[in-house]
Design a protein around this ligand. Structure first.
Ligand SMILES: Nc1ncnc2c1ncn2[C@@H]1O[C@H](COP(=O)(O)OP(=O)(O)OP(=O)(O)O)[C@@H](O)[C@H]1O
Length: 689
């Protein structure tokens, strides 16, 4: 896909997207998290780009939501879906599901949604999802104890690019390598010419090193896993509790991760732990060993009676010999025992192995001195030995773990992606469950069916039909909402008592149509509709408009009246824009135009009767009827009755007063309470006919 063909993507963004691993996949899958990894692309922008790509793929001209109120309804139903996601990712991903007039797009999402609604939102899965988030790339990894070395300037540049985690050094010859080996635990020489050269320290000659970066810097794959450990572990848990079938071996991945510390080092290796502790505790252990020797020796001296002949003493003094010679002459055994105790302590405290013990023994000299003192050179040698052993061990473990884990990198990515997608599916399942939704049935026209005989379209005149629908925009709990039925093909006026539910009916129709064109289930027991090109929903205008606003509203409707056969137009009490007589005329004119164009429309109006009289065609009037007054409250049948002008609230009240006056007159033996009262009510009622 040419990235710049996506609406809203210019050269700069296209370049940023091209830096992603697989931008096409991310765009196709609506993977907002992956798209947002492109430099300078925010999550919101990523969702817009994904929508743009979908539009290109499905030849969708856009503009389905043609008015502010239509957009509000979409945002409202989207918010209900998003409120049911656990992860931010799923909330963003839902932004890529928008109402589209394109059949192929609708069908794509419908296939996804059909599977989604089958999902059981298990609370354990929802809980596990909380720790799942899109994977991130680890920051820059720097490895300080290892370096690359070469004599060649070109190779030097190559190495710096291929393995930025390590320092790359230019050396002249083996001498240079030897110097490096003193500063680094491991030196990796890139030139074949060094093969066979004997140098002290850990110098490896690996001419192919640049081709296998994971072996040279196992820290690289390990950093990815260390950084993303939490979401991967959570995704494993989601698969386990959700009974999903992963493509990879969860136990193996989990075992690998359990060997990894958060800082990318390898955990759970006793030998590495021993060496680490030995390096860390070396100074303290040597100090304690010294004290052990001195305490023991001091004790021995204190208890010893040293007898020395005068001649011997004289010769010692004449030779200028110190107390040390006395010590070696008279207390050699005690000294040897004290030094042995010190060595034992060191060996035990640091749990040294035989080779290390050999060096450790040299920390305390066999030559008697008092007090007993460490040999600093021997301590340094021991430290070097232990540190080198520790780093060799850590390096080997890292390479082994990196080899195990790097093969599972893609599997881990898929695992996390699937867990995040599951969150999207579960949000749809929960929405469908909470609002008693079903998948709507589309009635495709002959052209849309693409000559598929088995799926013969059965009627171009279908608008929409909703059975037992409940508007998700009502603030009531689901049980408090009366399910309503409504069906319209062509143009209809919807009349009805005040607060009968006319606006809520338009909201329901808009919600059903928007959700259906998103490819999602709709809040009804059954819904059937045609594919619309666009939805024009005009909310009730508050109060009469001034001349300027009125003019622009009429202009808007003039545009709308040009609207084609694929438009659904929902308008709430347009009459309030100006005085009633003029309103009825204007509405009648708009309806005529829409009828001529074959649009589908519902106009809620209290002037339905007047409009019908003005209209040049036989416009259907449906009515939300009050079935009566119960304790002064209207009892309403909220499903519109077809082809029926509903009586208005004032009419119902006059009717009630007339009946009461009649009853009172009869009870009065035929005399009206006031002579004119029943006649007055009858006169009013006649006017309502
Ligand atoms: N299907 C329903 N089930 C339960 N309550 C409903 C239903 N439809 C509407 N209502 C209730 O009736 C109230 C009024 O509804 P709505 O505003 O849709 O009526 P309306 O006919 O447009 O009123 P008006 O003529 O004053 O514009 C709503 O706030 C809601 O509480």
């Amino acid at each position: 896909m040419d990235l710049e063909s996506i609406p809203g993507v210019g050269t700069k963004t296209a370049r940023a997207l091209a830096e992603l691993d697989d931008p096409e996949r991310a765009l196709r899958a609506g993977d907002v998290a992956a798209l947002a990894r492109a430099p300078g692309v925010s999550q919101g922008r990523a969702a817009r780009i994904a929508r743009g790509a979908i539009r290109v793929e499905h030849d969708d001209p856009g503009g389905f939501l043609a008015t502010d109120r239509a957009r509000e309804v979409y945002r409202a139903v989207l918010a209900l879906l998003q409120a049911r996601t656990v992860t931010d990712y799923a909330a963003q991903r839902l932004e890529t599901i928008y109402p589209s007039p394109s059949r192929s797009r609708i069908e794509d999402v419908r296939a996804f949604a059909r599977e989604a609604v089958e999902r059981e939102p298990d609370p354990a899965v929802l809980e596990a999802l909380e720790a799942v988030s899109p994977l991130s790339e680890p920051g820059d990894v720097r490895v300080r104890e290892r370096c690359l070395a070469t004599t060649d300037a070109e190779r030097y540049t190559e190495a710096r690019e291929a393995i930025p985690e390590l320092s790359v050094e230019i050396v002249e010859d083996a001498q240079g390598l030897a110097e490096l080996a003193r500063g680094y635990s491991t030196v990796i020489a890139l030139d074949e010419s060094f093969a066979g050269v004997a140098i002290d320290g850990d110098v490896q000659v690996e001419p192919d090193a640049l081709e296998n970066p994971a072996e040279v810097v196992p820290e690289r794959p390990l950093a990815f896993f260390a950084r993303n450990r939490e979401p991967i572990v959570a995704a494993i848990e989601v698969h386990r509790v959700g009974d999903l079938e992963p493509d990879c071996d969860l136990a193996a991945l989990e075992a690998g991760l359990s060997r990894l510390e958060a800082d990318g080092t390898v955990a759970g290796d006793d030998e590495l732990d021993r060496l680490t502790v030995a390096v860390d505790d070396l100074d303290a252990a040597v100090g304690t060993a010294e004290s052990v020797a001195n305490d023991q020796l001091r004790e021995a001296i204190r208890e010893e009676d040293v007898t020395i002949e005068g001649a011997d003493l004289l010769s010692l003094v004449e030779r200028g010999a110190g107390v040390d010679s006395l010590l070696s002459r008279e207390l050699a055994d005690e000294y040897a025992a004290a030094v042995e105790a010190a060595r034992e302590h060191l060996l035990e405290a640091l749990a040294l192995d035989t080779g290390e013990a050999e060096i450790a023994r040299r920390v305390f000299s066999d030559e008697p001195t008092f007090p007993v003192e460490r040999d600093d050179d021997a301590v340094s040698r021991l430290r070097e030995e232990l540190t080198a052993a520790k780093e060799r061990r850590a390096g080997r473990l890292k390479r082994e773990l990196a080899a195990d884990l790097s093969d599972q990198r893609e599997a881990a990515r898929t695992l996390v992606r699937d867990a995040l997608e599951l969150d999207v599916e579960l949000a749809i399942a929960r929405f469908a469950d909470d609002y008693g939704c079903t998948m709507p049935e589309f009635v495709w026209t002959d052209e849309e069916v693409d000559g598929d005989a088995a799926e013969e379209a059965d009627g171009g005149d279908v608008g929409f039909r909703i059975d037992a629908g409940r508007s998700p925009l009502l603030d009531e709990p689901l049980e408090a909402i009366d399910p309503v039925d409504y069906e319209v093909s062509g143009v209809a006026l919807l009349s009805g008592v005040n607060s009968g539910g006319k606006t809520s009916m338009l909201d329901l129709v808009a919600s059903v149509v928007v959700l259906a064109h998103m490819g999602l289930p709709v809040p009804a027991e059954r819904a059937r509709l045609r594919r619309f090109d666009d939805l024009h929903y005009h909310a009730k205008t508050q109060g009469t408009l001034d001349a300027g606003a009125f003019e622009s509203t009429v202009r808007e409707f003039a545009d709308l009246a040009q609207g084609g056969e694929g438009s659904l137009v929902l308008v709430d009490e347009l009459e309030s824009i100006t005085e009633p007589g003029a309103s009825a005329k204007i509405i009648a004119g708009i309806l005529e135009a829409l009828d001529d164009n074959g649009a589908t429309a519902v106009f809620v109006s209290h002037l339905a009767g007047e409009i019908r009289e003005m209209a040049a065609f036989d416009v259907t009037i449906d009515g939300i009827e009050a079935v009566g007054l119960v304790d002064g409250e209207l009892e309403v049948n909220r499903s519109p009755v077809k082809d029926h002008l509903a009586r208005s609230t004032p009419e119902l009240i006059v009717e009630k007063l007339a009946t009461e006056a009649d009853d009172a007159m009869r009870a009065n033996g035929g005399d009206a309470v006031s002579v004119s009262e029943p006649q007055f009510y009858d006169r009013l009622l006649e006017k309502f006919d």
